[in-house]
Design a protein around this ligand. Structure first.
Ligand SMILES: Cc1cc2nc3c(=O)[nH]c(=O)nc-3n(C[C@H](O)[C@H](O)[C@H](O)COP(=O)(O)OP(=O)(O)OC[C@H]3O[C@@H](n4cnc5c(N)ncnc54)[C@H](O)[C@@H]3O)c2cc1C
Length: 496
């Protein structure tokens, strides 16, 4: 192994052999959660993060007095005993971040329909039934199936099906099937390609148990984990990019940062992009050929284009409830179109649906008094760099114009404006092509073994949204639970 200098900070700590028990690469929510559980169990843990703040896709930034969430707009699975709630309770985060819930959490708006998702399931079912009276009985059966089935039963019934297969079993009305597919906009897949299991888990954990929001914005949520991690004795380094994971005799030895600073560790957990982890940080020479082929053949989830708007006026007299809006401009609800759009080189985005979030209506502190924040998100794909460099302003203006169908004169009150393309998302988080949810949640890719938490290299673990846990669901609650699971696995087998 090439000789590297032991990192000075590590040396100064005087650890035995200057060694950490565990080093985590990436302070996304998966890495932060894993770090907290390991530190709580008494391990000496270091997190290295390339950015100057924690959170990955769960960060916020400020412009002209507005606090914008960079990507994540709300949290799911926070019901009593829900996966995210369990992590929040077990790590005792309640004094550090307050989670509120908005009700309704979502609304689908089109010229034909306006359907809310309420925290009360019966109220949600009633709205769908009012809009599709001839499918009333099937609607009730469908939602009760999602909510009342245990995961094991869902797994057996749905593992090999697409969401379209499931919708076809319950419904005849094609428009209703289209409307129910709208929420797959979260993972940018059409019903005909999305795994039924992943879609039902998305409904159960994120749509029907959604609408939770951390007071202060998403950065406050991530910072709460950092504070707890430090209280538990963990160390975190910002602006430090892991450049190498050192492997000797099929076993990890530590990581390298800053060209030649070696940080020795018994265990390394990579919470960043898996292709990057294996191809750049470890190196192809350590990988079996069939594993390299496997990674190259997996499909990644699409990315997003985002417009951040700060408005010098409050829309409370016009807008009824500012939960998460799914605005449809395509009344056929043809989600197949959404994906074919993304594959076009000249138009690698879909503007048939625009997702709108209104964070300052849940937390007034995010905007100056009587001002308002609106965030617009559409599915998008990375294409040649010039497209996103040249087209982002034009595209942003077009989306604003479309949303003016629902929010009159929106463009006249804009005082702060910014955009993020797949390039931006990739630049800030190093997720491949700015993928929003790790691997695409297709039928063939959701299996637990597609990318497990343990690897063929001793001491190397994976966590975050590039691992697969058999449910196919990405997102904050899922990566937090993943961080918890990988930590528990490490703690069980750890030998000091
Ligand atoms: C537009 C958009 C909207 C979304 N909306 C929601 C939502 O509303 N609700 C929801 O639950 N989920 C949402 N998601 C998905 C969710 O945000 C992610 O699935 C989740 O946050 C991923 O967490 P993670 O821990 O796996 O890693 P990430 O958040 O990807 O973090 C990885 C971290 O690793 C760091 N890193 C990478 N490489 C290195 C290196 N070599 N050295 C050091 N550090 C490194 C990065 O800087 C980053 O901080 C959204 C995603 C997007 C893009």
């Amino acid at each position: 192994m090439k000789k590297f200098l032991i990192n000075k900070k590590v040396k100064a700590k005087g650890y035995k052999n200057n060694e950490y028990d565990a080093v985590i690469i990436g302070a996304g929510i998966g890495g932060l959660t894993c770090g907290c559980y390991l530190a709580k169990a008494g391990l000496k843990v270091l997190i290295v993060e390339q950015h100057h703040k924690a959170g990955g896709y769960c960060t916020s930034f400020k412009r002209k007095g507005f606090t914008f969430d960079a990507t994540t707009h709300y949290l799911g699975s926070f019901r009593e005993n829900g996966p995210l709630r369990k992590v929040y309770d077990e790590l005792e985060l309640e004094n550090k971040v307050n989670i509120i819930r908005f009700d309704p959490s979502n609304v689908i708006i089109s010229t034909d329909h306006k359907i809310h998702i309420w925290t009360n399931l019966d109220a949600t079912i009633f709205e769908f039934q009012e809009n599709f009276k001839h499918e009333a009985e099937n609607i009730e059966k469908f939602f009760k199936f999602i909510c009342n089935s245990e995961f094991a039963a869902l797994y057996i019934k749905l593992k090999n099906k697409t969401f379209k297969d499931l919708l076809d079993e319950y419904f005849k009305d094609e428009q209703l099937k289209g409307v129910l597919g709208v929420f797959l906009g979260n993972i940018s897949l059409p019903s005909s390609r999305a795994s039924a299991l992943a879609s039902v888990v998305l409904y159960k954990e994120f749509v029907l148990d959604g609408g939770y929001y951390p007071k202060g914005g998403m950065q406050t949520f991530s910072d709460a984990f950092v504070e707890r991690f430090k209280e538990l004795g963990g160390e975190i380094m910002f602006r430090k990019k892991a450049e190498k994971i050192m492997v000797e005799n099929h076993s990890v030895k530590g990581i390298v940062i800053d060209n030649d600073n070696f940080i020795p560790s018994k265990i390394v957990i990579s919470n960043c992009d898996v292709s990057n982890t294996f191809f750049q940080l470890i190196g192809k020479e350590h990988l079996p050929a069939n594993f390299t082929r496997k990674i190259n053949n997996l499909e990644i989830s699409p990315s997003n284009f985002i417009v951040y708007l700060g408005l010098n006026k409050n829309y409370s007299n016009i807008l009824e409830n500012r939960c998460s809006w799914w605005c449809s401009f395509n009344n056929s609800y043809d989600l197949k179109k959404l994906v074919s759009d993304l594959d076009r080189k000249d138009k690698p985005y879909s503007d048939d649906f625009i997702f709108c979030a209104f964070p300052s209506s849940h937390d007034l502190s995010l905007a100056p008094p009587d001002n308002e924040i609106v965030i617009l998100i559409i599915p998008a794909k990375m294409t040649d760099n010039s497209f996103w460099k040249d087209s982002r302003n034009y595209l942003a203006d077009n989306l604003i114009k479309k949303v003016e169908n629902f929010i009159p004169n929106l463009s006249r009150s804009i005082v702060a404006k910014d955009t993020a393309s797949p390039l931006t998302l990739s630049r800030y988080t190093s997720n491949k092509k700015g993928a929003s949810y790790g691997w695409a949640s297709t039928v063939s890719q959701i299996d637990r073994n597609t990318m497990p938490l343990t690897t063929f290299i001793e001491g190397l673990y994976l966590s975050g949204h590039w691992t697969t846990q058999g449910t196919g669901q990405g997102g904050v609650s899922s990566v937090a639970y993943c961080g918890r699971n990988v930590a528990k696995q490490i703690i069980k087998s750890f030998k000091p």
